[in-house]
Design a protein around this ligand. Structure first.
Ligand code: F6R
Length: 261
């Protein structure tokens, strides 16, 4: 696990966009994994800016989103499908149908989850997964207690997550759906490179567990300690509880330039 502590979201976005750019330059047909929520928004802004500048194209790429609320009407602005379209997909040149997400309105939810797993596998798996992290340590919507071997399935959102996400629903926690479909922890672990971004003091506890805590379903993101290629991009506030922060800074400063993240 590589931990990179940067001064602000713009620096994080630039480094993450460099990794996406390098991937697409080597393989234009690469498969991206897209998180929603506020953490990756600056990354999507940077990717859209590079597309607008003509230095990046997603025309041959594909992408899979992590999760979706269950039961929100298709035209609700807060479905993760509509959010990712608004903040990223509609601003770049993905081909029609190239970006897929779990179907939160499926009549047969287990079948929809199995189909989603199959679609990711048929695409050859995710090359680069962009992740956020919840204040309770979730990735995707794998809440505390999630099986470390889980695949795409229905989950009940933790009350803390519904409180955190009420800001997208006019601060009305009752308007936040109670259930979601989410890629499982094992699904996320199949991605070849995971780039997790955390910004702000309210993520510091979850980041401390993620990077320096024991691996446990209590803090689901800790499973990433078993992944061979994880990059954790943090601002100073999110990093402030890390005991080994100085070591991470030194390691990143001294890294050979050719290595990328
Ligand atoms: C979103 C997702 C969640 C968020 C997490 C952090 O698709 O899977 O795990 O990444 O809840 O959300 P923000 O970035 O809004 O703090």
């Amino acid at each position: 696990m590589e931990v990179v502590i940067l001064p602000d979201p713009a620096a994080i976005a630039s480094l993450a966009a460099d990794a996406v750019g390098a991937l697409l330059a080597g393989r234009p047909t690469a498969v991206l994994g897209l998180a929603t929520g506020s953490s990756p928004v600056a990354i999507y802004d940077e990717l859209a800016a590079r597309y607008a500048a003509g230095t990046l194209s997603f025309a041959a790429a594909r992408a899979f989103t992590l999760d979706e609320y269950v039961g929100l009407p298709a035209d609700h602005p807060e479905t993760y499908r509509n959010v990712i379209d608004a903040v990223f997909v509609s601003r770049v040149d993905f081909a029609p149908g190239a970006v897929q997400g779990p179907d939160g309105l499926a009549a047969d939810i287990p079948a929809a989850c199995a189909a989603y797993e199959a679609a990711i596998a048929d695409a050859g798996g995710v090359d680069l997964q962009i992740l956020g992290i919840g204040t309770d340590g979730h990735i995707g919507f794998n809440e505390p207690g999630s099986s470390l071997a889980s695949r795409t399935r229905i989950k009940t959102l933790a009350r803390q997550t519904r409180i955190d996400n009420a800001r997208f629903f006019d601060d009305d926690i009752d308007a936040v759906p109670t259930h979601c479909l989410t890629q499982g922890l094992a699904t996320i672990m199949d991605a070849r490179h995971v780039v997790l971004v955390a910004i702000g003091e309210n993520k510091a506890e979850a980041v401390e567990h993620l990077v320096e805590g024991p691996v446990s379903a209590r803090w689901p993101a800790t499973i990433l300690q078993h992944h061979r290629h994880v990059t954790v991009l943090l601002d100073e506030d999110a990093a402030h509880r890390l005991q080994l922060a100085d070591y991470y800074r030194e390691a990143y400063r001294g890294k050979p330039k050719w290595q990328g993240i």
